[in-house]
Design a binder for this molecule. Structure first.
Ligand code: DCP
Length: 230
């Protein structure tokens, strides 16, 4: 029989409500997650949680997203610690609709962005170890589970062009190589399955197309995305 401590812990791991469905939209920077979320936001019974970008740009007056892009070696850990907190807050927020759609997740924050900082030598192993300890604790003691990942698969070149057109101040310094590294990690994680365990189904949608074509694709995949059978 499970020890009392284990029983206590397992209680937290039981899914909040089996009838509820959590979908994460994943993809590179400027892969078109916002268009996807805006499309599904028009549907009743879906709550859409956008990435907490405004928080990352203003933590008590500090723009840590901007700081990270200026000097990733110094501020990468600062941004990712805060990203992990804000993502945890989103995953554990009580659901107000039967379906929740989220922009990215605590999982990609860790498996893609933290991993990239570490692999590129911009995050010391000790910082990576501390963030990993936090992440493992969160996974074992809270419910951050996901029912479906929708992966918007793009080529890094297309994202780079979109990024230049969008012209978000902090992102002006992003080189193509950065988008290539993020792309590679997404492919390793969700397609090759060679990186970290993926514990839910993944729906891959090619997302190099213009907005109109993408909306058509969301219409085509709508049932597959929203239907609990998937
Ligand atoms: N970011 C980061 N670390 C994370 C998550 C995000 O450094 N763990 C950065 C990457 C972007 C910015 O935050 O510069 C915003 O992230 P997104 O790419 O998710 O947002 P977009 O607005 O680019 O999404 P899209 O264009 O797909 O709608």
């Amino acid at each position: 029989a499970a020890a009392p401590g284990e029983q206590e812990r397992d209680k937290h791991l039981i899914k909040k409500d089996a009838r509820k469905r959590i979908i994460c939209i994943e993809g590179n920077i400027a892969s078109g997650k916002t268009t996807c979320l805006d499309y599904f936001a028009q549907t009743t019974n879906i709550e859409v949680l956008k990435e907490p970008l405004t928080k990352w740009r203003n933590v008590r007056g500090h723009n840590i997203l901007g700081l990270m892009y200026q000097d990733a070696s110094r501020w990468g850990i600062t941004l990712q610690t805060y990203v992990q907190l804000t993502m945890l807050e989103q995953h554990t927020r009580p659901m107000i609709s039967p379906i929740r759609m989220m922009e990215r997740s605590i999982h990609s924050a860790k498996h893609i962005f933290v991993e990239n900082l570490y692999r590129s030598g911009k995050m010391p192993e000790v910082d990576y170890a501390v963030l990993s300890e936090w992440f493992d604790w969160i996974q074992n003691n809270t419910d951050v589970s996901v029912d479906l990942i929708v992966y918007l698969q793009t080529s890094p070149e297309v994202c780079y062009e979109r990024l230049k057109t969008r012209c978000r101040e902090e992102e002006k310094v992003i080189p193509l190589e950065y988008l290539e590294a993020i792309h590679e990690l997404y492919e390793e994680w969700l397609i090759k399955r060679a990186l970290f365990e993926v514990s839910c189904p993944v729906l891959v949608i090619g997302a190099d197309h213009d907005m109109q074509k993408m909306i058509e694709k969301y219409e085509e995949n709508r049932d597959q995305i929203l239907n609990p059978a998937n």
